[in-house]
Ligand binder design. Structure first.
Ligand code: 13P
Length: 281
């Protein structure tokens, strides 16, 4: 069944677990996420990056909505990392129920104004908005942000940002990065604790791929309710494709699709177990 992001995250926050937000690009991704969540009785978040939405358009949104509606577990359909007001408006009009307003490339005042504006727009659709404070480095959706350009979330700003914008979830930057961690991941848990104490909304951690299990468990204890996962699933999917397309072999496409779905289910299910959302549907 389709449920709003806010509902999924508030339940997670009250019961001290987190929910996986998995980036998908196509039918195989949607089926891998929903079948994994159903197998484990877990709520789940399906999210689309702007590049996937640009390619798939409203048919991709409709696919997510229809599959989410028919699912046996709560599913939220979310637009991830969107800096474009126009795209957010189109996604909301097409039925997406929550969006991440990504103003992280702007200075504080610009981010605040952009996010506030999106919240006002989203209210018209009864949709929720995730905002981000600080800036993540690493690579995602064709964009690379250098380590030097990364900005940590300031706890004092976080309180003001949440209050002024009316967002339903806050993505934090505490040393997490998008894509592969090139060195040992180091998260600033002291900062996370200060942010959690300063705001009353569920926290979100991007760049989950490659984080050690104990860091994830610790982040949940500090109020993180949504973990974004992309690279590990994409890696499993592309490896499954490369295994099948060797030696001039022309496999049946349904076999390719089945293999891709099965491959993605591995990391998705292990993350769901780790997040503690098994049997929380
Ligand atoms: P990873 O690709 O590092 O898992 O990050 C995903 C993400 O944060 C999507 O917004």
């Amino acid at each position: 069944m389709l449920v709003p992001l806010e509902q999924i995250l508030q339940r997670a926050r009250q019961n001290r677990y987190a929910v996986g937000a998995f980036n998908i690009y196509n039918l195989e991704g949607v089926l891998a996420v929903i079948q994994s969540a159903e197998a484990l009785g877990s709520p789940v978040i399906i999210q689309l990056l702007p590049s996937a939405l640009e390619l798939g358009g409203t048919p991709l949104i409709q696919l997510c909505l229809e599959a989410g509606d028919k699912a046996q577990v709560p599913v939220a359909i979310h637009l991830d990392h969107c800096p474009s007001q126009k795209m957010i408006q189109a996604a909301l009009a097409a039925g997406i129920s929550s969006v991440m307003a990504d103003g992280s490339g702007l200075e504080y005042a610009g981010n605040l104004a952009f996010t506030k504006n999106i919240v006002q727009e989203a209210v018209l659709y009864s949709a929720g908005v995730e905002g981000e404070l600080g800036r993540l480095s690493g690579s995602e959706d064709g964009l690379t942000v250098a380590a030097a350009a990364a900005k940590m979330t300031q706890p004092e700003e976080a309180a003001d940002f949440v209050k002024q914008t009316g967002i339903c979830a806050l993505a934090v930057c505490i040393g997490n990065i998008h894509g592969h961690y090139k060195t040992e991941p180091r998260l600033d848990f002291k900062r996370l604790a200060a942010i959690a104490a300063a705001v009353s909304v569920p926290l979100v951690l991007h760049g989950t791929s490659g984080l050690p299990d104990e860091m994830i468990v610790r982040a949940i204890a500090h109020g993180v309710c949504k973990f974004n996962v992309n690279t590990e699933i994409r890696t499993a999917y592309t490896h499954s494709l490369s295994r099948l397309f060797v030696g001039g072999n022309l496999p049946e496409l349904v076999d390719v699709m089945r293999d891709g779905i099965a491959a993605m289910q591995g990391p998705i299910q292990s993350k769901i177990r780790l997040f503690g959302s098994t049997n929380k549907a």
